[in-house]
Design a binder for this molecule. Structure first.
Ligand SMILES: Nc1ncnc2c1ncn2[C@@H]1O[C@H](COP(=O)(O)OP(=O)(O)OP(=O)(O)O)[C@@H](O)[C@H]1O
Ligand SMILES: Cc1ncc(CO)c(N)n1
Length: 270
């Protein structure tokens, strides 16, 4: 039997379990990869929004990263909510020191409910420190707009944004079209070619954590040894199914079903 593959998520905790660390670990488990976590911040959050945020200090974040890399071979890393420039700097410095491979950066800025998960004054630091070590970055339309200063409303603007973000140091860029209307199309750019990742749009309000789930699925497939284009294609298929099986929970935006591949007739929440 081949060795178990290992993926690490460096992200914030979402108390309601649909996004952040919790979504990432569920995704790793669903895709057959052993999951580990470095928590950057704790959010008090439910399906209606984020109530409060506490950042962890840089020292405990550094210790979490160091003790894992010193002990365990890590096949891929996903980075989500990083909150502040100080946290970004310690993550960048330690991942470089450990020569971490297959890094996926989801440049999380604002929650669906509008709460800042990254201090706005730290946005430039995220791009400067984490994009050059990323194998894949996965901005949504809002994030791609902030990073490039562009207004992005269609596929050709998504392509142009992907080129500009590639110039900032990311090897591969996926600009996500989840917030457009019509087909859910994402654009992958590897510095040479564009690939359009097409998915049917699912009419649902329950899309809590879609971005987290998508980026951690890419990391899981990279950990498994797939090339970037194949990892992204498979992750797109997985997130589309997870959204299709999303469900209502609480009074707001419900989560996707990470484990839809395993549910048998009659055993799901319907
Ligand atoms: N209603 C939908 N139907 C089908 N696919 C969708 C839908 N909404 C989002 N997606 C897909 O889900 C993935 C995540 O994209 P999205 O734009 O939602 O990320 P995000 O805004 O970063 O998420 P989050 O708010 O969790 O940070 C993309 O592949 C996108 O195309
Ligand atoms: C902790 C956390 N990370 C990411 C997201 C995605 O928006 C969220 N809602 N919460």
């Amino acid at each position: 039997m081949s060795a178990m593959k290992v993926a690490l998520t460096i992200a914030g905790s979402d108390s309601c379990g649909g996004a952040g660390i919790q979504a990432d670990l569920k995704t790793f488990a669903a895709l057959g990869v052993y999951g580990m976590s470095v928590i950057t911040a704790v959010t008090a959050q439910n399906t209606t929004g984020v109530v409060s945020v506490r950042e962890l200090d840089a020292e405990i974040i550094r210790d979490q990263i160091d003790c894992l890399f010193k002990d365990i071979k890590i096949d891929a890393v996903k980075i989500g909510m990083v909150s502040s420039a100080e946290i970004i700097d310690v993550i960048g410095e330690r991942l470089r020191a450990h020569r971490a491979r297959h890094i996926v950066v989801d440049p999380v800025m604002v929650s669906k409910s509008g709460c800042h998960l990254l201090r706005p004054e730290s946005r430039e630091e995220l791009v400067k420190v984490l994009f050059p070590i990323a194998e894949v970055v996965t901005p949504n339309l809002f994030e791609a707009g902030v990073i490039t200063g562009m207004k992005i409303e269609n596929l050709s603007q998504m392509e142009e944004a992907a080129v500009r973000i590639h110039e900032l140091g990311a090897k591969n860029v996926v600009v996500k079209g989840g917030h457009l209307t019509g087909e859910a199309v994402d654009v992958l750019y590897d510095g040479e070619c564009f690939r359009h990742l097409r998915g049917r749009r699912i009419e649902t309000k329950n899309t809590h954590g879609t971005g987290c789930t998508f980026s951690s699925a890419i990391a899981a497939y990279l950990a498994d040894g797939h090339p970037v284009s194949e990892a992204v294609r498979r992750a797109k298929e997985y997130i589309t199914g997870a959204i299709e099986h999303s469900f209502s929970l609480g009074r707001g935006v419900g989560p996707t079903d990470h484990f839809y591949l395993y549910r048998r007739e009659g055993s799901s929440h319907g």
